[in-house]
Design a protein around this ligand. Structure first.
Ligand code: SF4
Length: 476
């Protein structure tokens, strides 16, 4: 029996993006938004309209009952990095006193702590450290798998892979061949899936300005394509709310959707499962302690600017082909995102990415309560109980929640919390009196914690390390 062909939802180029019937079809997976329609929707639909249809789409895909979270741990194995992303407060060149690379034993200790509280996955990413040979990674992965075979290793984003190619000089006629050579070996050693770090904004003009020394968008997408060919799931990310235009955000989403179509179509043709993008997570840029964050906001120097189009919007287009020459102030002014811009963007991503299973809420940057509201704006997943966070907290305030708080946020949003694994299979549904949040008698011990890394002189942030365990009384 041959496999069913892959079919995308039909497009209706003449439909008005605000037409309720069309949006109802989009929310049911029966119509696909074009780039122009997505742009119009973002620019003109009321926030609650976007939320209503994104929520309907999430319910269509995930039902009305469960919303999920995972227990994993971020491990940033090194902060030494060859790139100089202007939005990054985490990187070090290598000679600074606080430059670090974790020993394998330290990484294993962290995984042991995660395992002890019922965690299922590590998210391991770092700077791109030229001093670490391939053997360092192979030995690390095989030791992790030998010691903790039940822990899923979600590690090494595309920019790291591109630098692996530069550092290790593997054989291959093309960049994809070289990536494949490295990736096969890391997979054999224990790598399970790839995180979508380093996506930022794909449009060249923006990427060139903010991602100095980081891989191109096409290299990022090609790297994920190799991971998919090898059967691995990946996620995609977007960091917005800086110099980009709204069309750049839509172009970014369309790029992921197009590559996802490609791999799902190929899998259907081959009649065998390939990897693909399992989730999309977007969050606003955090400015503190970063070179990019020192740029003035649009309208800050001269209020008259506010009556003019933001430079990023002048440059941006749906093909991602704008250039800095299109506006003299492009890249010199920021337009930071607030809560409503975040919710609009996330809701739009749910509607545009009709072929991506999960949309994650970004409570780590937006705070627990906007994260909770995000569950009504297209998100179906609250991400991870946060044991440790080093990267984003170096650039501003981030939040840290334990399992009871995360469960309560989900329940108070009108859903039943459920712990998932790395492939979004449900591990535990918390619908009983023994649920982590329902066991809590003293909520003062379970407050959201704020992280904010800044030294007294305000110059450079120290690397933040914290360990917030899942509450003891919440785990059998
Ligand atoms: S964001 Fe990542 S790649 Fe860019 S400088 Fe920071 S650590 Fe390096």
């Amino acid at each position: 029996m041959s496999a069913a062909p892959y079919a995308t939802p039909p497009t209706f180029p003449n439909a008005d993006a605000l037409d309720p019937g069309f949006l109802r079809d989009v929310s049911q997976g029966a119509a696909r938004l074009s780039g122009e329609q997505a742009l119009k929707l973002f620019r003109t639909a009321p926030l609650t309209t976007l939320g209503r249809y994104a929520d309907a789409r999430a319910r269509n895909l995930h039902g009305d009952t469960l919303r999920t979270y995972v227990i994993d741990r971020n491990i940033n194995y090194t902060n030494v990095c060859t790139a100089k992303c202007t939005f990054c407060a985490f990187r070090r060149s290598g000679h600074e006193a606080d430059a670090y690379t974790l020993e394998h034993d330290e990484i294993l200790k962290k995984i042991g702590e995660l395992s002890a509280i019922g965690g299922t996955q590590i998210l391991m990413q770092g700077g791109m450290n030229p001093d670490l040979p391939l053997e360092w990674y192979l030995e690390l992965l095989s030791t992790i798998k030998r010691t903790y075979p039940h822990i899923h290793v979600h590690a090494f984003s595309p920019p790291e892979f591109i630098e692996f190619v530069n550092f290790f000089d593997p054989p291959g006629a093309s960049i994809k061949d070289k990536i494949r050579w490295v990736m096969v070996r890391l997979k054999e050693a224990g790598l399970d899936s790839l995180p979508g770090g380093g996506g930022e904004i794909f449009a060249h003009a923006v990427r060139d300005k903010i991602g100095l020394g980081k891989c191109t968008a096409s290299a990022w997408l090609d790297c994920m394509e190799v991971a998919h060919e090898l059967g691995m799931f990946t996620s995609a990310t977007m960091m917005f709310g800086h110099i980009e235009g709204v069309a750049d955000r839509v172009h970014h989403m369309l790029s992921v959707r197009e590559r996802q179509d490609r791999v799902l179509r190929e899998a259907a043709q081959l009649g065998q499962p390939l990897g693909h993008y399992k989730a999309f997570i977007s969050w606003p840029f955090q400015r503190e302690n970063t070179p990019l964050g020192r740029l003035p906001e649009w309208g800050q120097k001269d209020l008259a600017e506010l009556s003019m189009t933001f430079p990023g919007d002048v440059v941006a287009n749906l093909e991602g082909t704008g250039t800095k020459a299109d506006h003299p102030e492009f890249g010199r002014r920021l337009r930071m995102s607030g809560s409503t811009d975040y919710l609009r963007t996330q809701a739009l991503s749910r509607l545009v990415l009709d072929n991506v299973y999960s949309i994650g809420a970004s409570w780590v940057t937006m705070g627990p309560h906007i994260g909770q509201v995000a569950l009504q704006y297209g998100a179906n997943d609250m991400g991870s109980v946060m044991m440790e966070e080093n990267v984003v907290s170096s650039a501003g305030t981030t939040y840290c929640l334990d399992e009871p708080v995360l469960c309560r946020l989900i329940r108070d949003a009108g859903f039943t919390p459920a712990q998932r694994d790395n492939v979004y299979d449900i591990l535990r549904v918390h619908d009983s009196a023994q649920s982590p949040d329902r066991l809590v008698t003293d909520w003062s011990q379970h407050r959201a914690k704020r992280l904010h890394a800044q030294t007294a002189d305000g110059e450079k942030a120290a690397t933040v390390e914290l360990t917030t365990s899942v509450a003891k009384d919440s785990n059998p």
